[in-house]
Every structure is written in structure tokens, then in C-alpha cells.
Design a protein around this ligand. Structure first.
Ligand code: OSB
Ligand code: MG
Length: 375
């Protein structure tokens, strides 16, 4: 395979409700859709997941688009490959910039799976010599709410819809009482919290209160670049810690294992540079008995399809942050938005490649973008 041309379509989708975390407060989701075409006419789609501002990771939409145009495209000139894994290895000469790499790599996995006339889920499963699941249980991640009543209302709404796990965003000590209240109201709920680095070790008393609530896990309590203090904290808590913002590579997961910084990994294919790296990390976690589950980045249908393919691998047992399209957007970019099936489950696309198609509107917008010529 050889890549002939690439085009980029920046899109801004209004979110149905604002998504407030300790790092950001989002009312819209800006992503860039990436189309990659090979010299033989295969075409694939990927989604650039960086946020507009460098609040969650260092990359932004603007920096990642620039890396694609000025660094990734030149590397693809004269580059021949048979498998997406070779592309991933080839792009590894670029330090960091995982989301820029993942956007292009996902499009290549899409067109590669299409060339095999298989769904992406089936192709990934083949790599691990397992069978993909056709449907998976999913959870919902709820941004910080203005009041406990509004939070309880939101939780009830999602539980009525069938979601099997709830993740609450907490932005500091003040919200611990809110989580205690939720636990009182829903004693059996599969409940967890995500602090997006809102705490320090000095908050141990507050974190110990969380420890009494029988939470599935506490995600990213401490600083984004810290492994040592997370290990110290994990030793003092019964509840498992889960790392998100720290994990950019397999080496970061190995650090987590060696230092015992956490017992769980939130795996986002975009944050680790794409599906090839995500597969390696998932396998490593399984070997090391580290729990791993599929996180989310408020993706449009394109990124969501890739997440579903990954999460369909049987080693992902914990319901991930992969909700139905209507939990995020009133209008998605794909023709058949993802709908929650019976029992809080999503169907894994079974058509060739990602298995989703852009709507006429977004196909038209993509067609208006200039080609970047690669070969
Ligand atoms: O920390 O997991 C996170 C969304 C944006 C940025 C960071 C995070 C999240 C989520 C996932 O919680 C939400 C989703 O995609 O459903
Ligand atoms: Mg998180």
C-alpha cells in the first residue's frame, strides 16, 4: 500500500449538554475528520481527537493538524507498507503527538479492513486470535453538575435508558459529599469517579471518604505526569486507582505496573497513538493482570466506531465511556447514529472497515476540502 492523498475536515458539533471537568468546560466538540486515499483507490476515515485547547493533553486541534501536514505527510512520501502496524512503526520517529498519528493510522486501519472485506472489529480480533463481540455493555460519563438534584436527575435518566455504569466527574474536595449522596441513593450502582488530576496527596482525608463508597475505581486523582505519588496513594486506598492522562505509551503502562501506581488503565486509542499501540497495551495489561477498559473523548461517529471495534475484543470487560450518539450530539456526522440497544449495550459495526458512513452533509463538506498530495 502507498498513500496518495489526504484531506482534513475540521468540524464543530454542539454538545447537547455542557461537559464540565476539572480541566475544561466544553459546550462544543471540535474535531477534524481525516480522509486517507491510497494509490489503488482505497479510502479510509479517521478522527483527530485532540481538544481545541491543551487542557487534557498537550496537543490541540491546531497543533495536531499542523503535525499531520508538516511532519506526517512528508514521512509518507515513498513509504510502502502491507499492514497498518508498519505505518504505526514508521510514524514512531515523531516524538509525542499521539493524537495526530492516531487520526491518520485509524484511517489506514479502516481502509485496510475494507481491503480485507472485514469489519475493523474482526481484523483486530484476528490479531489477538480471539472472536470479537457483536454487542458490548457501555457506561456513561457525566460532567460536573450545578447541583446534586440535577446530578441525580441525570443519573436517573441514563439508568432508565439502560446504561450499565456511571462515571462522575469531580473537580475537587467540595464534590465528595455529592458522590456520597449519589451512593446513598444508588447503593448497588456500578459507580466510579474521574478527578482529572483535581487532587494532591494532601487531600488524603477526602480521598479516604471516597474509599468508603465501594466505587469501581477512582480515575486520575493526581497530577497528569505523576506515577510515584499515585503509587503512594494506591497503597493507602482499598479502591483501585485508574490512570488516564498519564498513559501515552506501552512504556507508561509498564511504569504503572512496576511502581504499582494503579490497578486499572483507561485506554484511549487516540492518546496512545492509534490502534496498533492500543492493541499492544491491551495485550500487555492482560498479561500483567492490569484491568483495562476503553475510554472516550466525546467522539463523533467516526471515532466512536473505532472505539467500539477496540472495545469489542473480549478482554475489555468493564463497560467503557462509549455512549450512544444522542448522549453527546443532536446531529452526528454519520448516517446511522449509534443507538443504545436493550440492556445498555451498543452494537459493534459489522460492515467492512469502520462500518459507518458520513452523512450527505459531511460528505459534501469533506469534498470541498483541498487534497494534500502525498505521492
Ligand atoms: O477524562 O475520561 C476523561 C472526555 C473528555 C476528556 C476527558 C475525559 C472524557 C470522558 C469521556 O470522561 C466522556 C465520553 O467520551 O463519554
Ligand atoms: Mg479520565
Amino acid at each position: 500500500m502507498q498513500i496518495k492523498k489526504i484531506r482534513l475536515l475540521p468540524v464543530t458539533l454542539p454538545l447537547i449538554g455542557s461537559f464540565k471537568t476539572s480541566e475544561d468546560n466544553l459546550n462544543t466538540r471540535e474535531v477534524t475528520l481525516v480522509q486517507v486515499v491510497t494509490t489503488t483507490g482505497l479510502s479510509g476515515l479517521g478522527e483527530l481527537e485532540a481538544f481545541a485547547h491543551p487542557t487534557y493533553t498537550a496537543e490541540t486541534q491546531a497543533t495536531a493538524r499542523q503535525i499531520i501536514q508538516q511532519e506526517i505527510v512528508p514521512l509518507l512520501t515513498d513509504f510502502q507498507f502491507a499492514l497498518p502496524e508498519e505505518l504505526s512503526k514508521h510514524l514512531a520517529v515523531i516524538q509525542g503527538n499521539q493524537m495526530a498519528k492516531a487520526a491518520v493510522e485509524t484511517a489506514v486501519w479502516d481502509l485496510y479492513a475494507q481491503s480485507q472485506q472485514k469489519s475493523l472489529a474482526a481484523v483486530l480480533a484476528q490479531r489477538l486470535q480471539v472472536r470479537p463481540r457483536r454487542q458490548i455493555a457501555v457506561g456513561v460519563s457525566i460532567g460536573q453538575q450545578p447541583s446534586v438534584d440535577q446530578l441525580l436527575q441525570k443519573i436517573k435518566l441514563y439508568l432508565n435508558q439502560g446504561y450499565q455504569r456511571v462515571k462522575l466527574k469531580i473537580t475537587g474536595v467540595a464534590e465528595i459529599a455529592m458522590v456520597e449522596h449519589v451512593r446513598q441513593q444508588f447503593p448497588k450502582l456500578n459507580l466510579m469517579v474521574d478527578a482529572n488530576s483535581a487532587f494532591t496527596l494532601a487531600d488524603l482525608p477526602a480521598l479516604s471518604r471516597l474509599d468508603k463508597l465501594n466505587l469501581a475505581m477512582i480515575e486520575q486523582p493526581l497530577a497528569t505526569d505523576d506515577f510515584v505519588q499515585h503509587a503512594q496513594l494506591q497503597k493507602q486506598l482499598t479502591t483501585s486507582l485508574c490512570l488516564d492522562e498519564n498513559i501515552f505509551s506501552l512504556a507508561d503502562v509498564a511504569t504503572t505496573v512496576t511502581l504499582k501506581s494503579a490497578r486499572v488503565i483507561n485506554l484511549k486509542l487516540a492518546r496512545v497513538g492509534g490502534l496498533t499501540n492500543a492493541l499492544a497495551i491491551a495485550q500487555y495489561c492482560q498479561k500483567q493482570r492490569l484491568e483495562v477498559w476503553c475510554g472516550g473523548m466525546l467522539e463523533t461517529g467516526i471515532g466512536r466506531a473505532a472505539n467500539l471495534a477496540l472495545a469489542s475484543l473480549p478482554l475489555f470487560t468493564f463497560p467503557g465511556d462509549i455512549s450512544a450518539s444522542d448522549r453527546y450530539f443532536s446531529e452526528d456526522v454519520i448516517q446511522k447514529p449509534f443507538e443504545l440497544a436493550q440492556g445498555g449495550r451498543l452494537n459493534v459495526p459489522d460492515q467492512a472497515g469502520l462500518g459507518v458512513n458520513l452523512t450527505a452533509k459531511y460528505l459534501g463538506k469533506m469534498a470541498e476540502q483541498p487534497w494534500i498530495w502525498v505521492n
